[in-house]
Design a protein around this ligand. Sequence first.
Ligand SMILES: [Zn+2]
Ligand SMILES: [Zn+2]
Length: 278
Amino acid sequence: MNANFHTHTYRCKHATGNIKDYCLEARKQNVSTLGFSEHIPFKTEEMNIRYRRIAPHELPLYCQDIEDARNEFPDLTLYKGLELEYETEYFSSYYPELKEKLELDYMIGAVHYIYKSNGELLPFWDEKAIVDFNDYRRFMEGNIHFMETGLLLYLAHPDAFSRFYPYWTEEHAAVTRDVFACAEALKIPLELNANGWRKKDIVLPDGTTRKLYPWQPFWELATEYNIECVVGSDAHKPEDVWGNSPDIVAFAEKLGLPLVNDKLAAKIEASREKSGRK
Ligand SMILES: [Zn+2]
Ligand SMILES: [Zn+2]
């Protein structure tokens, strides 16, 4: 079964395609289960403009589009979700309240920004986001605290930092082990993100190149733990609704990482039934 839970739409202002466009493409690419995970808006308009996020007033429209598509595409299983930002002050009320109000099926989360030691917030596509090991540690602590919130169906691209480092070191491994131990203890699946495979390769100091992420040494370390993984296409355009996922499935199989996309679909189904949304 092809099941993708990581999908964005034009409403976030840095992706293209509406819900229907993704559904049509899902049909074409045999994606039978499709979850939408639009980036959640920040609480301030200034942040939503600066980081290109859906406007809060559009959230009900986004949800309605998914409801409508359920009727129009009865052959697809569609889920309504959001992708959370690592904003600790949003954890206790803003996120849970939005989940309830919008009757979301699930939430995923990703650390997209690093709070520097001077309090400055930098997105991880800024080259100064991770310059030293304290920044790296902060990124990994973010991953851990995110899992501990209990809000996440899964944690998205925990290895998205890879562009800052040409080579994996023992220092990385030492800090990263805590992330895997946490995922194992809390049984939170970690995402192998296909969008990292589609991005431009990273050029190493010796002139060779590698895929940005999934980053192999990170996931080799993961195999030492009893963790579950999920493939997410992280589509920002309809054609990518399953984009590169077969490459990522092969990557996971090569390393022996268990993929639980099917299991997550079943989990969402069960929670929908429990809450009477089915
Ligand atoms: Zn995005
Ligand atoms: Zn995403």
